[in-house]
Structure formats: C-alpha cells, structure tokens
Ligand binder design. Structure first.
Ligand code: F6R
Length: 245
C-alpha cells in the first residue's frame, strides 16, 4: 500500500487528478471506477480543466460508478447519475453509453443488481477504482457488517450515513433509505484502488482502516488485502497515523 500525504484538500485533489490522468493517458480505453460525494469533486473539476485544455481525452474510456440511490432517476438532482453528469460526464468527451451506474429506477432489486454485475463484467474489469471513505468505514455503500464476498446488492443505509448525506437534500426525510452498491468482492477485483480521504473527522476511521484489524465491521479495512492500493489523504485525515507512518 502506498500512502501519499497532502497538505490539504486542494493538494489531495491535484494528486488524485494526476493519478487518474496518468491512467487515462497510459490506457485510453481503460475502465475507471468512480465515486460520488464531496471528496472527489475537486479532482473531477481538475479533470474537466485538463480536458478543456486538450491535455486529456476520455473518448475511449468506460466508467462504472460505485452506487446509486434506489428510487431516484438520473433526472433527480439528488441522484448520483445527476451528480456525475454535473461534475464530470457532462463536461468531457466520455461516450454517454460507456458511463454506467446502477439503475436506481429499477424496482426489481435482484434484476438491478444482476444487470449491474453483467455491465461490470462486460467491461472486462475495472482498471482503477476511486473510493471515498465513510465515517463508519463504508466503501461504496457497503456498510459495517457487509460480507466481503458481495457483488452488487441492495442496502439499507445506516442512520449515520443518512445523517451524513442529508447535507445534499432539503431535509433528512428526503434522503432515500436504500441504495444499490457495487459489492466488496467487485471492488477488490479492480486492478488498482485509489482511496481518497480528507478532513480531521475521518482521521480515526482512516487509521483503523489502514492499520487496524481486517474486519467486516469496518469495510474499508479489507483494502489491506488488495495488492495495489494507493491512498491519497490530507494531513488532517492522516493526523492520527503519526506512529504508523
Ligand atoms: C460515494 C460512495 C461513498 C462515499 C463516502 C464518502 O459514491 O460510495 O462511499 O465515498 O460516503 O463520502 P464523502 O466524500 O462525501 O465524504
């Protein structure tokens, strides 16, 4: 595992954008696994700038996102599909048909999950998967207690995740209670994993994830078992890892 410590969020975003850009340049037809949330927003902005200055070309790339709320359509401003269009897809030359998220409008959960697993399989495999870290140690929407063997599945979001995500909604009541998420087994089958973490509020969980026991109670701890993980975290997020680094 390689850990890059950055001064702050902006430097973290530049590092993430550099790694994602290098992946695209080395393998233009790569499969990028992407995340939503606050953490990658700065990196996505930089990728758009690099596309606009003609330093990046997304035309041959494929993307698969980690998750989507159940019940939200891509037109819903709170959906992850909308978020990705707004932050990245709508501003670069990715082919729309090569950008994928679980179908939040599919009511048949089993079908939604099987369809998404097939989509991921048909890409030939994820080259680089970007992950954020939840305060409870979740990756994607794989909450504490999730079996490591999971593929795409339907999850009931924990109260903590609902509270953390309410900042994107008008009220806590509007936050969907369920989501479809890529499973841990699928995340682990990516060629490379890029974990991005920012802020003091993630310091304790980041230390546990990187250096504590590997346990389903802290899903991100499973990343210790992957042979090619890069962590990009700012000083605040790494502030509890003083003895370990
Ligand atoms: C997002 C996702 C989540 C977030 C995590 C951190 O697609 O799967 O696991 O990465 O909740 O969210 P932020 O970045 O908002 O702190």
């Amino acid at each position: 595992m390689r850990i890059y410590r950055t001064k702050d969020y902006d430097e973290m975003s530049r590092k993430l954008a550099n790694i994602l850009s290098a992946q695209l340049i080395q393998k233009p037809d790569c499969v990028l696994g992407l995340a939503t949330g606050s953490t990658p927003v700065g990196a996505y902005r930089l990728l758009v700038e690099r596309y606009e200055s003609k330093d990046l070309d997304f035309s041959a790339a494929t993307t698969v996102n980690l998750d989507e709320y159940r019940g939200l359509s891509p037109e819903n401003e709170q959906s992850y599909a909308y978020f990705m269009n707004d932050k990245l897809f709508g501003h670069v030359n990715l082919k729309k048909e090569r950008t994928h998220l679980p179908d939040g409008t599919e009511k048949d959960a089993r079908k939604a999950c099987e369809d998404y697993d097939r989509i991921i399989r048909d890409t030939g495999g994820i080259d680089l998967q970007l992950l954020g870290l939840g305060h409870d140690g979740h990756i994607g929407f794989n909450e504490p207690g999730t079996y490591f063997e999971t593929k795409t599945h339907l999850v009931d979001l924990t109260e903590e995740t609902i509270r953390a995500n309410k900042r994107f909604f008008a009220s806590e009541e509007e936050v969907p209670r369920q989501a479809y998420t890529m499973g841990i087994q699928t995340i682990l089958s990516s060629g490379r994993i890029l974990l991005a973490v920012s802020g003091k509020d993630k310091a304790a969980v980041l230390k546990e994830a990187l250096f504590g026991p590997v346990t389903p109670q802290l899903p991100a701890s499973v990343l210790q078992l992957h042979p090619n993980v890069t962590v990009v975290a700012d000083e605040a997020a790494l502030s509890e890892c003083t003895g370990e680094l």
